[in-house]
Design a protein around this ligand. Sequence first.
Ligand SMILES: Cc1cc2nc3c(=O)[nH]c(=O)nc-3n(C[C@H](O)[C@H](O)[C@H](O)COP(=O)(O)OP(=O)(O)OC[C@H]3O[C@@H](n4cnc5c(N)ncnc54)[C@H](O)[C@@H]3O)c2cc1C
Length: 570
Amino acid sequence: MNTEFDTIIVGGGSAGAVLANRLSARSGHRVLLVEAGEDTPVGAVPPAILDSFPGTAYLNPRFTWTELEVTTEAIPHNRPDVRPRLRKYEQARVLGGGSSINGQLANRGAPGDYDEWEDRGAAGWNWDAVLPYFRKLERDMDFDGPLHGRDGPIPIRRIWPDRWPEHTKAMAAALLADGFEYRPDQNGIFADGYYPVAISNLDDRRVSTAIAYLDPATRLRENLTVLTGTIVTALRFEGERCIGAVIQPRPGEQIAIRAGEVILSSGAIQSPAQLLRAGIGPAPELRALGIPVRADRPGVGRRLMDHPSVAIAAFVMPWARINGRNRRHLFLGLRFSSGLDGVPAGDMGATIATKSAWHAIGDQIATFNMWVNKTYSEDGSVRLQSSDWRDMPIVDFNLLSDSRDLQRLVGAMQRFATLFARPELRGVVADPFPASYSDKVRQVAAINAKNRTITTVLARLLDGPAGVRRALLRKLVLEGPSLAALQRDEDALTSFIRRAAVGVWHASCSCRMGAANDRMAVTDTAGRVHGVAGLRVVDASIFPVIPCANINLPTIMLAERIADMIIDGR
Ligand SMILES: Cc1cc2nc3c(=O)[nH]c(=O)nc-3n(C[C@H](O)[C@H](O)[C@H](O)COP(=O)(O)OP(=O)(O)OC[C@H]3O[C@@H](n4cnc5c(N)ncnc54)[C@H](O)[C@@H]3O)c2cc1C
């Protein structure tokens, strides 16, 4: 195979697929895209990925880094040596990356988020600068005007209230009665209210970046090579210049590739790990692992973020469940303000899923998932356990390390627990209980015949007499006190949230961009790694701070903008 390229892109995910398309649009520029996971060519995309219901994609070990485990609980200040318990954390390993397995929620975040990027040192990144790229990436099927794009690669649509199942309609009615306004366009006006969630989806099918940006015409370009099922095992250097990468197309086979520039788009967990293995990171940590220090950058793998979340689940009466017209499970979102002093409006978010998993019990249980949109917990980390590329990094999210996050989740649980007593939900849902995406839930959600059989039998019992249902929910599902007990006792609620809060798969900010004189900045504002040449990071790792949004569209926006910078010679 050819071993010389102008650009190697490591990782064909939300960002990498965009870069591969845009950078190879110049016919003389030879681009190699290397993706560890499998290909998803248009016409042969696995049905689990195309499905509007994402639960069968992200729980499928075929499409994720199955060895990855992380901690999420806050690390106590007085016991920094004690590591909280490990849990699974799904990260994509497939072309399209997160966009191939995610929930397809398509939102941008608040204008203030991007102004904050600039305030934190990412000069030139602000709302006015990023809006054209949010427009460029999208083909909004519902809205037009100065805030929307009409001809970008990613189709964005909403499922309107007339197609919602009765449970979703009743939840929306309860929110309206609770004082929230209906906002049809969540990506237009950034204000509190409930809305039909925008999704990256067309004709009831997911549209990933692999589908949208690596379409058949793009793949015909002679100057673009896409290698899937191939891992980048190391970066190559001459002095302080990155001159390429080593790839492993098959176990035992290593090929050295040379390139003018290498772009890491491996996601917020693997990109910092690759920098650390290459000797770019906090010098003492690298030395302790016997890795020669190439550039002492203390910010690599530091200040990892996600949005902390908890949920209230409830049993949905049979008549109000998803009807046969929808594959999707989640139609309704909510933006709200905690009112906490000093935090911006719209600092909290929620989604209401009418179905919580692929199996028969999943059809019966709805979740009201709430998270801190404007989180201040930014003390997570990605570190190496060894210099061996086969070892997964040590990942600690340290969610709720800022007490304001904990306080606001407590407030949100208290506020929305009362929603379930509203008349709009009477006869629609029953037996609300506190929930989280725990490993127990994950175990039952693993896709296999045993889980299918067990859940089918239990689901029949759950649809039986209310007393049986309550007893079963208490025994099988509840992982702590009841909702009523938590409503009565704020201390119990607080400790439930400390234990139960998890992220929502928005790993980011672990190699932040910023000014060269900021010791914690890892890249400049075009993704170029400070301290070395020929190397960029372009993915969710370089966000200066996490926006108030799901982060697929912000990642695509970032890749679109940096692709333009690269083409302009920056
Ligand atoms: C389960 C789940 C649900 C989510 N739901 C939503 C949602 O509904 N809406 C939303 O906006 N966001 C959602 N997100 C978040 C969003 O999808 C991700 O933040 C986004 O995809 C990150 O993009 P990225 O380019 O930074 O990394 P990724 O898209 O993760 O891409 C990184 C790619 O690099 C590859 N790679 C890594 N290391 C190597 C290596 N050494 N060699 C070769 N290839 C490598 C990986 O296999 C992967 O494909 C979700 C994420 C997950 C996992």
